[in-house]
Design a protein around this ligand. Structure first.
Ligand SMILES: [Zn+2]
Length: 279
């Protein structure tokens, strides 16, 4: 099993950070978690891509986590030589979002069907709305979902991927909550979106202050990781964007409450899950 942060960015555009997306390489194939801005560019760098994904999981339907879903649908369809439905799993609302995406692509679908004689099928998706429990099972791989807390955005879910004794948890956007605690318990790696409370409060911009209520600051994510006893905490989706030279501040804020390994993600940061080595 291998974890690759495809996009470490947030809704705020940044030249070197794609939108939220995480790839988990498993014995059952590549699993993608969220489909933010530029996901297929980074997937290509990781030698993966739209045709390769065994399934796509959405943590929630905020646009920064779903904006390139249309690119996945079209690219998989146009690059597959036989019908190859894209499996999409996410919180309630996901099936509707996927149907609306296919409707949005209707003109393009028509152009390509009319142009390519060998393309005799439409883009295909299998979308499933999920809440709790096992949501994917193939070979040795199991993915579990649990409700997270990103209120007022509802519903939202986190995921735990298990494969041959290793485990990775994708928290998505959430404040500390019981669902995430259950999911993360004893995991090798926890991937958690984070914000900087001190910097956002100092900026004092109302729309930015709003995000403090439904995101975890680095110490909050670290406290979850500590309670769960995970081995490695990966911080991603940093808001505001990480200022050059300030990387260690983010790590230090988390290290004050978490004794495991801390990784401040960049695009294509790669982690090989391993048993916890706690200090
Ligand atoms: Zn969100």
């Amino acid at each position: 099993m291998q974890l690759i942060i495809l996009g470490s960015g947030s809704p705020i555009p940044a030249p070197d950070r794609a939108g939220p997306a995480t790839l988990v390489r498993t014995s059952a194939g590549d699993l993608l978690f969220d489909a933010g801005r530029g996901v297929l560019l980074r997937a290509t760098s990781a030698l993966s891509g739209a045709v390769a994904f065994a399934a796509v999981f959405l943590t929630h339907l905020h646009s920064d986590h779903t904006t390139d879903l249309n690119d996945l649908v079209t690219t998989r369809w146009a690059m597959s030589l036989t019908p190859n439905p894209l499996r999409v799993i996410g919180p309630v609302g996901t099936a509707g979002l996927v149907a609306a995406t296919e409707a949005m692509l209707e003109l393009d679908t028509g152009y390509r069907l009319a142009h390519h004689d060998d393309l005799e099928w439409r883009p295909a998706t299998v979308a499933t709305d999920v809440t709790e429990g096992v949501v994917f099972e193939e070979g040795d791989v199991r993915v579990l979902a649990a409700a997270t807390d990103h209120a007022p955005v509802h519903p939202t879910v986190g995921y735990r991927v298990e494969d041959r004794g290793r485990s990775v948890v994708i928290a998505g956007d959430t404040v500390p909550c019981a669902g995430l605690d259950r999911l993360a318990a004893g995991a090798d790696v926890l991937v958690h979106t984070v914000v900087r409370r001190d910097q956002i409060e100092a900026l004092g911009i109302p729309r930015l202050l709003d995000v403090l209520g439904y995101h975890s600051a680095a110490p909050d994510a670290a406290a979850t990781a500590e309670r769960a006893g995970v081995g490695t905490l990966v911080l991603t989706h940093m808001v505001p964007p990480v200022q050059p030279g300030s990387e260690q501040e983010w790590v230090d804020q988390a290290a004050a409450v978490f004794g495991g390994t801390i990784v401040l993600a960049e695009d294509l940061t790669t982690v090989d899950p391993a048993p916890a080595a706690r200090t």
